[in-house]
Design a protein around this ligand. Sequence first.
Ligand SMILES: NC(=O)c1ccc[n+]([C@@H]2O[C@H](COP(=O)([O-])OP(=O)(O)OC[C@H]3O[C@@H](n4cnc5c(N)ncnc54)[C@H](OP(=O)(O)O)[C@@H]3O)[C@@H](O)[C@H]2O)c1
Length: 266
Amino acid sequence: MIAFPKTKYSMNRLTGKRVLITGASAGIGEACANAFAESGADLLLSARRIERVEELATRLSEDHGVEVHTAKLDVTDSPAVTAYVEEIADANLVPDILINNAGKAVGLDLLHEGSLDDWEDMIDTNIKGLLYVSRAIIPHMVSRDSGHVINIGSIAGRWVYPKGAVYNATKFAVWALNEGMNIDLVGTRIRVSSVDPGMTETEFSEVRFHGDKDRADKVYEGTQPLTGDDIADAILYVANTPEHVDIINLVMMPTQQRHAFVLHRE
Ligand SMILES: NC(=O)c1ccc[n+]([C@@H]2O[C@H](COP(=O)([O-])OP(=O)(O)OC[C@H]3O[C@@H](n4cnc5c(N)ncnc54)[C@H](OP(=O)(O)O)[C@@H]3O)[C@@H](O)[C@H]2O)c1
């Protein structure tokens, strides 16, 4: 992992910033925590698997000397999200950057055979969870007239693929919410961006296939997917742009993938 280089072409605007990352216990969220800590940012990390988050926090504060606060937080629990944000606001820890990362695909089924439980899980996490966190944090950004919301979308929010309709719908919703937040915050100094990855090897497929690791591994066979670190690099870039620059969407895929339906396998 390379922290933001301090050359004359790319100054580090992240040192001393406070960054809130949801879903920081694995994958892209964990990679973002590493990348922002290396760049000298203080962190607010949360997820449901708090032990993992605490381990990560201890390592990052030891390695980089940054301040890291942790919380066990399920983004689908609206009262818990509200209470958490009140707590950080009371402690003067309102973030400069919010990374709405917690999310998942669960199941891969024809729509008419899909599991209602899987649907609820995806809709509650990817749409409602993102909304709860945004609704709680953004008013604090508005009252300070500064901040940056970075939503993690997906290429699944641009193209519908077979058996993915509900996950696709949640990521189409993230696309719409990203655009809506941008429109509603015009005239403020608050920026809203989405980073929309293609195939990225994390725990994502294991979660999608309800813990079936062999099936998950097959998704990436014969190809070179993106890694969490690749996505974190792009998020770091988006966050590090000067304040007058608002990257609305950043779509990225592995070189071996050019579209949801176009993937080269060796
Ligand atoms: N991997 C890909 O190919 C890919 C591509 C495009 C977009 N994305 C998006 O990237 C984001 C991160 O996914 P990932 O690939 O890093 O998957 P991952 O490795 O499975 O990580 C997902 C993270 O979300 C957290 N999470 C899940 N449900 C949660 C809840 N109810 N409350 C709080 N946190 C929750 C998990 O933590 P706990 O389980 O500990 O709560 C975990 O930290 C998601 O929004 C996903 O849709 C992934």
